[in-house]
Design a protein around this ligand. Structure first.
Ligand SMILES: C[S@@+](CC[C@H](N)C(=O)[O-])C[C@H]1O[C@@H](n2cnc3c(N)ncnc32)[C@H](O)[C@@H]1O
Length: 379
């Protein structure tokens, strides 16, 4: 080992950096960190080695170790919002809530309000809310919303925290940037949260369609298709079905495209898309999508419009266990609905309830999200 070490010490720094970055790229953070440390033995001020060492520790999950390196990098590159963003996350995970918020703010301001940094501020506020208390969070949200009134993310957080009853669906910019950032990890994270709605929806559709002998050549519309989980399970169950996916997040759509199961993937807001779509579908699915809509009137009207006669709409929704309202925007910025409201909206739009299975849909933090898997037929 010591001879290997000596050999490394004899290498030019630029060459070592390339090797370190190669290990980093392949997520071998252990070896990347080793190489960056060797570089710092040769040149203790080497900027790229310090910066990459900080992010390598961060990505490896050693957040507290990453903090002094981020601080050292900020000494040379203070105006780069990303160092503040990383640092805020590292502070937050280590219980330094004031510092976390301060760094998240810096990132937002230095980037001129860029979406990724606003989103990090939203997460930070949400994560520190229990510890910092409601009054403090109110002040932060008010300051944020006043300073960035055009930001969809600030609007979403402010209005959900203050229970704004006129806020009836999620902000498009908020949803788009949330899922653009989330896309690379979406399936791993949802798997860890025991999310099974796509399988459940595919199963109930298969049972229903089998008993009605309608198993092939179906035209399917996957609303809020995300990374393509519904498409994946539906394509397994139904031979030669044509699936069209719609989503607002281009990053989620590119994950869906890589599955090669969709006939067409459309980047659009669901309500806008439904308003303009002229084709008819045998099946419409929406898994974990109603949670971005409060009122369901125009959404269900659009679904009624694109469903063929006897077409089936299958979806999941989270149950409003918080109060007696028809729908409610929770502090985590997700809408929950009462069963009665969903039922009323279905019948208002010519959709007859076929089945509704109560279900734990997934975890949120350490809590269960209770909801339903529903199927309705256009009658
Ligand atoms: C929680 S993910 C679920 C994805 C997929 N249905 C699944 O079950 O794996 C919600 C998806 O709905 C999309 N979405 C939410 N609101 C939307 C809207 N108004 N228009 C288009 N897509 C939307 C998001 O971009 C995201 O990809």
């Amino acid at each position: 080992m010591s001879t290997m070490f000596q050999k490394f010490l004899g290498c030019p720094v630029a060459f070592l950096l390339k090797i370190g970055n190669c290990f980093y790229k392949h997520k071998n953070f252990f070896l990347a960190i080793l190489i960056y440390k060797i570089i710092l033995l040769l040149d203790s001020h080497h900027f790229a080695a310090r910066a990459n060492l900080a992010t390598a520790y961060f990505e490896k999950g050693n957040l507290s170790t990453s903090i002094p390196y981020f601080l050292s990098v900020l000494g040379d590159d203070y105006n780069n919002a990303w160092w503040h963003n990383y640092l805020s996350q590292a502070y937050q995970k280590n219980g330094h809530y004031d510092k976390a918020l301060n760094e998240a703010w810096q990132a937002v301001d230095l980037s001129g309000g860029a979406q990724a940094h606003q989103l990090n501020l939203a997460y930070t506020i949400y994560e520190v809310s229990d510890e910092k208390g409601l009054d403090f969070i109110k002040q932060v949200l008010t300051k944020w919303y006043r300073k960035y009134p055009q930001s969809g993310i600030a609007q979403q957080c402010y209005r959900s925290f203050f229970y704004d009853k006129n806020f009836t669906r999620s902000n498009q910019d908020y949803v788009e940037s949330l899922f653009d950032v989330f896309a690379p990890d979406f399936e791993t994270v949802l798997n860890d949260l025991n999310y099974q709605s796509p399988q459940d929806i595919a199963n109930i559709l298969f049972e229903y369609c089998s008993s009605h002998k309608r198993l092939s050549d179906l035209k399917v519309l996957d609303l809020g298709c995300g990374s393509g989980l519904c498409g994946k399970y539906l394509a397994k169950k139904f031979s030669s079905c044509e699936i069209v996916g719609v989503d607002i997040s281009s990053a989620m759509l590119s994950v869906a495209a890589s599955k090669k199961i969709y006939k067409e993937l459309i980047k659009d807001d669901i309500e806008h898309y439904l308003l303009h779509e002229k084709r008819k579908f045998d099946i419409v699915v929406a898994a974990d999508v109603l949670t971005y809509f409060g009122t369901l009137d125009s959404l269900f009207a659009g679904i009624e419009k694109v469903l063929d006669d006897k077409g089936v709409f299958a979806f999941s929704f989270s149950k409003n266990e918080f109060n007696a309202k028809e729908f409610f925007l929770t502090p985590s910025s997700r809408f929950v609905h009462s069963f009665h409201y969903v039922q009323n909206m279905l019948s208002k739009h010519g959709l007859k309830l076929l089945l509704s299975n109560p279900k734990t849909l997934r975890k949120e933090g350490d809590k269960d999200v209770i909801g339903y898997i529903v199927a309705a037929i256009k009658s």
